[in-house]
Design a protein around this ligand. Sequence first.
Ligand code: ACM
Length: 546
Amino acid sequence: MNKIVLTILMLCSALFAVAQKQLPLIPQPQNVIAKTGTFAMPKKLLVCVADYENDSLKMVVDRFALQLKESAGVKTKYTKYPTRSVMDVRLNPNIKPEGYRLEVENEAIIIEVSSPAGVFYALQTLKQLMPKEIMAGAALAAKAKIEVPCVSIADEPLYGWRGFMLDEGRHFFGKDEVKRIIDLMATYKMNRFHWHLTEDQGWRIEIKKYPKLTEVAAWRNTKKLGWGDEYPTDGEHYGGFYTQEDIREVVAYAKERFVEILPEIDMPGHFQAALAAYPELSCTPDEKHEVWLSQGVSADVMNVAAPAAVQFTKDVVDELTALFPFGYIHLGGDECPTHKWEHNDLCKQRLAAIGSTNFRDLQTDFYKQVQDYILAKPKAEQRKLIFWNEMLHGNTAELKDITVMAWIGADNAARVAAERGFDNILSPQIPYYINRRQSTEPTEPRSQGHGHETLERVYSYVPAKGIAPELLPRYKGVQANFWTEYVFDNETLEYLTFPRLIAVAEAGWTVQSQRDYAKFVERLNQHVPFFDLIKLSYGKHVVPVK
Ligand code: ACM
C-alpha cells in the first residue's frame, strides 16, 4: 500500500471516529441527530420566549440566562421577534409536559415545549453541549468561545418518577449537602427526592405539636452506630434536625429545579427515636426508651393499637401536608417486628376487633385509619400514601390507591402490587442501594450491606423486564436509595453515590432500546471535568472508565 492510500485510509477512519463520538448527553435523549456545524454563542444572546402562565416559561429561561452571564459573561436580551443569533422558546401542545424538542442550528437555538419543566430539561441538555463551566456554575476563561454543536433532539422521559432517597435518620448531612444533591439530580433530569427523615437512631424534622421530637429524638450519644464488637460506639453527642423554615427553604429550592420532595416518616417500625421522646406511643410506656445507638432492626416499635399513636400520626400528617406540597407522603412500613404487639393487650384486643389472627394486619388497620383521615380533608390537602413493599404481607384490601415502593424481592413485589391494582416504584436493594460498595478495591469505604454493586451492574438493571403490557401503567419509575448506617461525611456520601446515581437517572429517563453501557461510559467520561469543577467526590477508580 503506498503512502497516499494509507494516509487517506487513516484520515477516513479518524473522521469516522469523530462522527461516532458520543455527544456528552446524560441521560441519553430518545432521538438525537447530530448535524454538521456549530452555533457560536454571541456575547449578547437575543431570547424570545412564548407567553405562558404567570411568565413561568420565562422564569426558567431567566435562571439559565443568569448562569450564562455568571459563567461566560454572555448577556441575554429578550425580544418579541426571533431573528438571527437567537434562542427561541416556543409552545407546542403536542409535546408531553417533561418533553422537549431542541434544534441547534448555525444561527439559532429553537426549543419547543408544552410546560416549564420541558424548558428546564431542554436547557439542561443544552448546557451539557456547552463547556462544562456553565453546568458547574464556574467562570469560563475570558477568551473561551462557546460553540454548541448543531443537533436535532426530540426527547421525553420514560418514567415520571426518577428518584433518589437519602437516609438522614442514621446520619444528618444538613441542607447545604441536600441542596447540592438536588442540583446534581436535576442536572441528570431526576425529579423526586425522597427524604427519609426519621429512624430508630434519629428524628430530623421539627413537628410543632410534638417538640420533644427535636429536643430528645434528634440527639443520641454516639456518632458511629454500633455493630457488634467490631464497630463500637464512640460516645460523641450527635444529632441535628431541620426546622420547618429549613424544610420550606429546601422545598422551594427543589421546586425551582423541578424536583418534588417526598417526605418519609418511617413507622410503625424504625420508630425507636420517637419512642424515646414519647414512650406513650410504645407498647411499654412505663419502660425507658432511648434513641438507638446501634444499627439493625429494633424490636421497639410503635403501638399501632394505641389511640395516642393514631392521633400522633394524624397530627404529623397535618404538619407534613402544610410543609410539602407534593401529592404524596411516605409512611414507611418496612421491617416492623410484631413481637411487642403479640404481648400487648391493646394490640390483642384490636386484632380480635378487626377479626384477624395475623398481627401484620394491625399495621394495615392502623394505616387505614390514617388514610380515612386524609381522605376526609379538602381535596387540596389530600395526599396519596406510599409504603415499602412489606405492606403487601398484610391485608391491603381496605387501602385505596396506595403506591408500593419495591425494595426487597423488588421485581416480584412490584408485580404483586400492580396485580393488586397499586402503583409501584422500583428501588431494588440489589443493585439500586447505592450505599453498597462500588468495587472490590480494598480502599472502598465501609458501607452498609455485604457485597458490592459496580457501576455496570447498576446500569444494567432493566426495570419492568418481562412485565405484561396491561400491568405496565402501574410502573411509575425507578429510585436509588442511600442508607447511611456507616456514612456520616459528605465526601463518602458523594463518593458512593456518584457516578452510580447517574446510571439510575438514565434508567428512569431513557427507553431500553437506547441504553448501552459502553456508550454510557463514553458519555460519562466526558463529564469528568464537570465533576472536578464542582469538587465532587466520586468513584475515581470507576470514572474515567478505561
Ligand atoms: C429498607 O431497606 N428497609 C426499605
